[in-house]
Design a protein around this ligand. Structure first.
Ligand code: GTP
Ligand code: MG
Length: 228
């Protein structure tokens, strides 16, 4: 089975809906990447558990979390791989890209190295992720307005010019929760659309998502530490 066949096989599963009827669940593998300390683990925890901590241990290897949502009347399960940003784990990251539907490339808006970091991670995405993967350049820590040095406009420009991937720009704060659910809703919708209309030559479509906070109605999720 090729990765593409496996990907569409992984993307749709029949699960029991609870009323005895099998409900079709679209399952999307999402990989979070970014340099250490940008807030990947915090963002995943905000989305899956609606929690936030000021002090978070650096991720070792990767963590796995999941959450189900209802998006546009469809059941969606996000399988989220939160990878480690420390350089010593860089060699492990490519193996998580296999069959990924989307990559959340996180940067910290208070750093003036955002674009250098984004280029570095994008290169790894290009080398190892499926060419159909959607890339969400995600500007985290937008609550730190006074220290912010990287703008959404710069990110939009970067998305238009830097990559052959379908790239989207988004702003979030794992701390306040701003934009977090909008980000995953947008990813879910884009993955659903991608799977129903993937066609060659469409790989340069780009879109910017302006995000505002929106709390979820249906919180169901879990977390598991990666054994590596
Ligand atoms: N102000 C602010 N701080 C944040 C935000 N998100 C994360 N942080 C803080 O940034 C620090 C690093 O967050 P982590 O979530 O551990 O970052 P990470 O990208 O997972 O780091 P690695 O696992 O080492 O790659 C922690 O002290 C968080 O509390 C945010 O949206 N706003
Ligand atoms: Mg982490």
């Amino acid at each position: 089975m090729s990765w593409k066949e496996r990907s569409s096989f992984n993307s749709k599963r029949s699960l029991n809906s609870g009323d005895g009827q099998p409900a079709e669940v679209a399952e999307f593998k999402i990989v979070m990447v970014g340099t250490m300390g940008v807030g990947k683990t915090s963002l995943a925890a905000r989305y899956v558990k609606d929690t936030y901590r000021e002090f978070v241990n650096p991720t070792i290897g990767a963590s796995y979390l999941w959450r189900k949502e209802r998006i546009d009347e469809k059941e969606v399960k996000f399988s989220i791989w939160d990878t480690a940003g420390q350089e010593q784990f860089y060699a492990l990251v490519p193996m998580y890209f296999r069959d990924a539907e989307a990559v959340i490339l996180v940067v910290d808006v208070t750093r003036d190295t955002c674009e250098d970091e984004a280029m570095l991670w994008l290169e790894k995405v290009k080398q190892s992720a499926p060419s159909t993967a959607l890339v969400f350049l995600t500007l985290n820590k937008v609550d730190m307005e006074g220290e912010r040095v990287y703008t959404l406009e710069s990110a939009e420009h970067f998305c238009r010019s830097a990559s052959s991937f379908r790239m989207h720009a988004a702003e979030v704060s794992a701390k306040t929760g701003d934009g977090v659910h909008d980000l995953f809703d947008t990813i879910g919708r884009a993955c659903l659309n991608k799977n129903s209309s993937d066609k060659p030559g469409d790989s340069k479509s780009k879109e910017t998502v302006r995000l505002k906070n929106e709390r979820s109605k249906d919180e169901r999720g879990g977390e598991k530490k990666c054994p590596c």
